[in-house]
Every structure is written in structure tokens, then in C-alpha cells.
Ligand binder design. Structure first.
Ligand SMILES: Cc1cc2nc3c(=O)[nH]c(=O)nc-3n(C[C@H](O)[C@H](O)[C@H](O)COP(=O)(O)OP(=O)(O)OC[C@H]3O[C@@H](n4cnc5c(N)ncnc54)[C@H](O)[C@@H]3O)c2cc1C
Length: 284
């Protein structure tokens, strides 16, 4: 996507994403270390132990009738039936709340979607991310919480250090690093993935983060097919066509990928609460 086709629509989700310093603050920031805290994540909470998984676990402990590892495969809108795991489970619904990536919901799951709505979904653009997590044989990696790499010479766009979030993220004598590599959807094969990872490790050494590859104790990789929604000039119009169609069918497509937006965990939780309250009041 050419930069001229991009918009700043993502700022509307949360105006705090982009700090708006006044002119004095810009000058101070350019000349000395800026002491005023800007941005939405200067302060954040993180579980002391077991990483961010603690957060969904805490919700799970309080939810009844939860079916995990169950794949929504088909929705018949006319009959208002959702089919899971290829039809093994059928669920009749009055309202459906979905966090399935919107493109997939429209193009692969809901049956008999009108052509206009399908066309709108085909135009939704996004990027994928290969997430590489490395366990490192070194007590400290002192590079802050996370670092962005906008330079072309580095393959990754961001590298982060979970031990900065909590000392208990790694066993004594070790630390870890997560590396995020963006790629175009569909443009990955096992061979390409191996190449990307080999290059990422070299770039970590070039950036002074890794001393040698022998420091790596364990390695975990994960492909995130839907990672970032692209706000191009067509996004708002196409999203409105799709959401308007879904609303009329009592389907609430929400969350970062269901709502096709740039947002964080906090917004996903608040949106879930909002839609639950709305449905609870309309069911009365
Ligand atoms: C690289 C990266 C880094 C990020 N870092 C941060 C961060 O530091 N802080 C932060 O707050 N946010 C961060 N985010 C954003 C955060 O991950 C999202 O905002 C949040 O996970 C959105 O929650 P969600 O429930 O909308 O979507 P998801 O977390 O994607 O949940 C959607 C769920 O739907 C399930 N699903 C999909 N299809 C089907 C199907 N057919 N049937 C059944 N289930 C299905 C998926 O398996 C998934 O569990 C990051 C995102 C990325 C990609």
C-alpha cells in the first residue's frame, strides 16, 4: 500500500495513541531528555508471573459454559444457526457476537453473503507478523522495555524484553527477547520462515542485542496471520457496508479483528463489556 493511500483513521480509536505536544514541548524534546510522559503506554500493568496469559485465565475462572478450542466454521443467517467444528456442534442464536477476523467471517463463514458485502470484505487490507521468541543465556539485556526499528537495514520492526515487564518472566541467569517481523499475508512458506528467522538473528547481533547465536537457549515462533489492520482510503467505507449488513442480522463483529481496527487488549475488554451490557438490556 502506498503511503498516499493511508489515512490516520486509527488515531480515532484512542486519541492517546499519538501524543500531541505543544510547540515548547517539541523544542524541549528535540534539545534535551523529555521528562514529561507522553503517549498511552508510559504506565501499564503486567502480571508479575506467567505473562499476559494470566489475564484471560482470570476471566475464564469466572465464566460458565465456556467451550474452548471450538472452531466456528459456518453461519446460516436465515436459520440463525452457527455451526462449529465442521458441523459437529450446532447452536441456534438470536444475537451473535464474533471476534473472528471480519474478512474471514464474511468470505469464509457466513453463508449467502450479498456480492456487494463480499466485495467490501475483499478490499480490507492487513499485514501478518511472524513472532519470534528467544530464551537467552544471560541475566540482563539492558535495552529498555521495547525498541522500534524503522530502519530498512533491520528485518524486524520491534524487539521487546519481557523481563523488563516482570523479573519473574525468566528463570535465574536467563532473559528473553521477542522479535516481530511483518510480512504480506499469504507470502510465507516454511522455507521463507527459516530464512526470515536466520536473518532476524543476524540483525539482532548487528543491533547489539544478541552477542552471538550461541546465547540462544530456546526458540519459539508463531505466525500471526491477522496482525495489523491497514487504514487505507477504502477501509471506512467498506467497513461500514459490512457492519451495516451484520447489524441488520443481529451479528456484532467486535474486537481488534472483528471490528477491523487498531486497538489494544484494554479496548477489546471494554468493548466486550459494552456489547454484553447492550445485549443484556435488549434481552429484558
Ligand atoms: C504483534 C502484536 C503485538 C501486540 N501488543 C500488544 C500490547 O503490547 N498490548 C496490548 O494491549 N495489545 C497488544 N496487541 C493487540 C492485542 O493483541 C489485541 O488488541 C487483542 O488481542 C484483541 O483482542 P480480540 O479479542 O479482539 O482478538 P484476539 O485476541 O485475536 O481474539 C480473537 C479470538 O477469536 C478466535 N477465532 C478466530 N477465528 C475463529 C473461528 N473461526 N472460530 C472460533 N474462534 C476463532 C481466535 O483464535 C482468538 O482467540 C498486539 C497485537 C499484535 C499483533
Amino acid at each position: 500500500v502506498h503511503p498516499r493511500d493511508l489515512t490516520c483513521g486509527w488515531i480515532k480509536v484512542n486519541p492517546k495513541y499519538v501524543p500531541s505536544p505543544n510547540i515548547q514541548e517539541v523544542v524541549i524534546g528535540a534539545l534535551e531528555d523529555q521528562k514529561k510522559h507522553f503517549g498511552y503506554n508510559v504506565r501499564f500493568d503486567y502480571p508479575r508471573r506467567e505473562g499476559i496469559q494470566k489475564l484471560p485465565d482470570a476471566f475464564e475462572a469466572k465464566i460458565k459454559n465456556l467451550e474452548l478450542n471450538t472452531n466456528l466454521s459456518r453461519v446460516n443467517i436465515r436459520k440463525k444457526v452457527a455451526y462449529f467444528d465442521g458441523g459437529k456442534i450446532e447452536e441456534k442464536f438470536r444475537f451473535l457476537v464474533s471476534t473472528v477476523p471480519l474478512r474471514e467471517l464474511i468470505l469464509e463463514i457466513i453463508e449467502d453473503v450479498p456480492g456487494k458485502v463480499k466485495n467490501a470484505a475483499l478490499k480490507l487490507k492487513y499485514t501478518s507478523v511472524l513472532s519470534l521468541n528467544l530464551g537467552i543465556k544471560r541475566e540482563e539485556m539492558d535495552h529498555g522495555h521495547w525498541v522500534y526499528f524503522p530502519e530498512k537495514e533491520y528485518l524486524f520492526y520491534r524487539v521487546g524484553f519481557p523481563k523488563k515487564f516482570s523479573d519473574e518472566m525468566c528463570p535465574p541467569g536467563t532473559s528473553s527477547v521477542y522479535v516481530e517481523i511483518a510480512y504480506k499475508p499469504g507470502e510465507i512458506t516454511p522455507e521463507k520462515e527459516r530464512e526470515l528467522i536466520a536473518r532476524a538473528k543476524k540483525d539482532l547481533i548487528k543491533a547489539g542485542i544478541l552477542r552471538t547465536e550461541r546465547e540462544i537457549l530456546v526458540e519459539h515462533r508463531e505466525r500471526i496471520a491477522y496482525a495489523y489492520v491497514i487504514y487505507d482510503r477504502n477501509r471506512d467505507r467498506n467497513l461500514e457496508i459490512i457492519q451495516d449488513y451484520l447489524r441488520k442480522k443481529n451479528i456484532y463483529s467486535v474486537g481488534r479483528y472483528g471490528g477491523w481496527k487498531y486497538s489494544t487488549m484494554e479496548e477489546a475488554i471494554l468493548e466486550g463489556k459494552e456489547v454484553a451490557e447492550k445485549l443484556a438490556s435488549s434481552a429484558l
